[in-house]
Write a protein that binds this ligand. Structure first.
Ligand code: FAD
Length: 458
């Protein structure tokens, strides 16, 4: 096949078209996960939605597959594909808040940092994730949960409408009144159906300050602390969200120096509400065992949203496995604590994300996100700096996978699937067949192929 006419594409867009060989191309193809090293044929850096339309139409006529880059965070590196046209939306990061109607319109390449920065000025927010450099669209299309989700649901549950460029290169809107089946699929079916150029979300009041921060415990106490954490989670109020992390202690001033660099258990706590009420809810956690250090305090909500940014900064090599748990059986807890003893690098961890609350108010078939009864998503993650550590880190993740598969419930959060192919059965669960029919309608030739891919129904 002859080389597509990229000069022609450049002539009709306002953004940049980057081809291999330039420093700008190299920078644009680099993703959060440094393990990913794919080479798109070209990268279209869209300046606005009409560039996206032009890019999709061009790709179709050139018979190219399209990958979409938002925040570039996906662990499987789905934003990039060898031989594909990458449509990079990172320049389309505008956020327009309408405080009177408690709504916000977010462009397709905005990050949580952009979103929270715009809405919290009005005392408003919508659920997102816990690291602010994550792309809003990528997170939302797969579901999206964070500190607000037990109170206000998934990011996807707060979507009012999606503006989408279809595979035909047409701009359409999907919401509860038009393109309703597509709207269903966009809330959990990830980037399979087109390019979201803008998403409108419902906003909620957030107090300026929330009670937020970690309490650390010794690894030797982790098994019994995690048992109590599991039991605490059952009756925890929805304003409260606690994630546990088996990790290496940071050199934090509130931790005695002798624990810096030791393996520990952290309970990262968030309470959205009155500080006094939050203190009453969260203080029992400090009684689970003798804490090594404690830094739960009233902080601006936006600070809580950025608290973990440095820990999960771009540029390390990353590989992880993830499994859904309705609850945490004692055997799983003991095996995971044992696994933590052999974490291969100080940046590696085993993260327990607490779900439940409002997320579970929605039925599994009401949106494409099926995992409504999940209590915890458990994610052992290896993070490392140099290729020399690839083998030891991969081996640890293989062990982690064995542990998870012994205990997990079978499903997996689509945004945490670390391989680009093969995870769709577990990710989409009982919604997969309906999603396949939708894919056949909206992308029958599977042009949008770089994602947790849904094969079009025959
Ligand atoms: P990208 O890699 O840019 O995109 C990923 C995929 O999303 C693309 O391949 C495409 O299919 C799709 N996509 C992105 N933008 C668009 C668009 N505008 N239109 C159509 N498709 C699009 N998830 C949570 O739910 N909660 C968390 O707290 C959380 N924390 C995370 C922390 C870190 C450090 C990391 C690495 C990930 C985290 N995630 C979390 C997972 C995150 O939701 C996924 O990685 C998600 O894919 C990121 O979206 P992105 O736009 O940044 O990624």
């Amino acid at each position: 096949m002859s080389q597509p006419d990229f000069a022609k594409l450049q002539s009709i867009i306002d953004g940049a078209l980057l081809l291999p060989g330039s420093a700008a191309y190299e920078s644009a193809r680099s993703l959060w996960n440094a393990l990913i090293d794919r080479r798109p044929t070209a990268i279209l850096q869209a300046a606005h939605k009409h560039d996206v339309v032009a890019g999709v139409r061009f790709a179709r006529s050139a018979e190219m597959k399209v990958s979409v880059r938002g925040g570039g965070h996906n662990i499987a590196g789905t934003a990039s594909g060898d031989g594909m046209l990458m449509i990079d939306l990172s320049g389309m990061n505008g956020v327009s808040t309408d405080p009177d109607n408690r709504m916000v319109i977010v462009e397709g390449g905005a990050t949580l940092h952009d979103l929270d920065g715009a809405t919290t000025r009005h005392g408003l927010a919508t659920p997102g994730g816990v690291v602010s450099s994550t792309g809003v669209a990528g997170l939302t299309l797969g579901g999206g949960f964070g500190w607000l989700s037990r109170l206000h649901g998934l990011a996807a549950d707060n979507v009012l409408s999606v503006e989408l460029v279809t595979v035909q290169g047409e701009l359409i809107v999907a919401d509860l009144a038009q393109n309703t089946e597509l709207f269903w699929g966009l809330r959990g079916g990830s980037g399979n159906f087109g390019v979201a150029t803008a998403i409108t979300f419902q906003l909620h009041d957030v107090p300026n300050d929330v009670l937020f921060g970690p309490t650390f415990f010794a690894l030797d106490d982790a098994s019994q602390v995690l048992r109590q954490y599991r039991d605490f989670a059952v009756n925890a109020p929805r304003q409260c969200c606690v994630w546990a992390d088996l990790m290496t202690a940071p050199p934090a001033p509130f931790l005695p120096e002798c624990y810096h660099g030791e393996k520990v258990l952290g309970l990262m706590q968030c309470f959205i509400g009155e500080a006094e009420e939050g203190e009453a809810v969260l203080s029992p956690l400090r009684e689970f065992a003798k804490p090594l250090g404690h830094a739960v305090t009233a902080r601006p909500y936006i600070e809580a949203q950025q608290f973990l940014d440095e820990t999960y900064a771009k540029g390390l090599r990353n590989y992880w496995k993830s499994g859904n748990f309705t609850t945490l059986p004692n055997g799983a807890i003991d095996d995971l604590v044992e696994l933590a003893r052999s974490m291969p690098t100080p940046q590696s961890d085993i993260l327990f994300s607490q779900l439940g609350g409002k997320i579970g108010d929605v039925a599994s078939h009401d949106t494409a996100f099926p995992h409504r009864d999940v209590g915890f998503v458990v994610t052992p993650g290896a993070r490392w700096e140099s290729a020399g550590d690839d083998e030891i880190c991969m081996r640890w993740i293989e062990e982690a996978d064995t542990v998870l598969s012994r205990h997990e419930d079978g499903g997996q959060y689509v945004n945490f699937v670390a391989e680009r192919d093969g995870g769709e059965d577990r990710a989409y669960g009982s919604n997969l067949e309906r999603l396949r029919r939708l894919k056949a309608l909206y992308d029958p030739d599977n042009i949008f192929a770089s994602n947790q891919n849904i094969r079009p129904a025959a």
